[in-house]
Design a protein around this ligand. Structure first.
Ligand SMILES: *[C@@H]1O[C@H](CO)[C@@H](O)[C@H](O)[C@H]1NC(C)=O
Ligand SMILES: *[C@@H]1O[C@H](CO)[C@@H](O)[C@H](O)[C@H]1NC(C)=O
Ligand SMILES: *[C@@H]1O[C@H](CO)[C@@H](O)[C@H](O)[C@H]1NC(C)=O
Length: 140
């Protein structure tokens, strides 16, 4: 192959790689898997759901989007902040009012490890069990 041929080959290869990354189904071939639980036991509507989700190297917000695609039980709203990324406002319409009654969504790794970073910065590892737990307590 001459230089031009090599160049065309590299460009084609990159295009194929990019199109694989953009394919919504590509994550199914990723070997990592996590469990994602959303739990609200403190006010109506109470719920608890868990899903097994395959994933590649991605921040957790992408897994949350995938959960929405996979199941009608997973809905969320979020606000995007410069630098910090997404902050989760509500899950299934349930919203924390920390200043009113200390309610908020805890972002946890099972069983009860509080994650110190947000959903845009946390990159899950294989076998993780991530929980969004609606809670009512001081010390947010
Ligand atoms: C969710 O589905 C839509 C429509 O098929 C797709 O465009 C989007 O990439 C999917 N999101 C994720 C995170 O898989
Ligand atoms: C907390 O306050 C909000 C806003 O007033 C209310 O909708 C919600 O039911 C309250 N939750 C609890 C557990 O008191
Ligand atoms: C989840 O929230 C409930 C209700 O506030 C609380 O009792 C429980 O300890 C929390 N779970 C974890 C794992 O922190």
């Amino acid at each position: 192959m001459n230089a031009i041929g090599k160049c065309i080959f590299v460009v084609l290869f990159l295009e194929i790689a990019v199109s694989i990354c953009q394919d919504d189904n590509s994550y199914k071939t990723c070997s990592k898997q996590l469990t994602y639980t959303i739990r609200n036991q403190i006010q109506a509507p109470t719920f608890e759901y868990s899903l097994q989700i395959p994933f590649c190297h991605q921040p957790f917000i992408r897994i949350m989007e995938r959960a929405v695609n996979m199941s009608a039980n997973y809905k969320f709203t979020a606000t995007y902040f410069p630098t910090l990324g997404y902050f989760i406002d509500a899950i299934n319409g349930v919203r924390g009012f920390y200043t009113v009654n200390n309610t908020w969504w805890q972002f946890l790794k099972a069983p009860d490890i509080m994650l110190q970073v947000g959903v845009s910065s946390y990159y899950p590892t294989d076998g993780d069990h991530i929980i969004f737990n609606f809670t009512q307590s001081g010390g947010k």
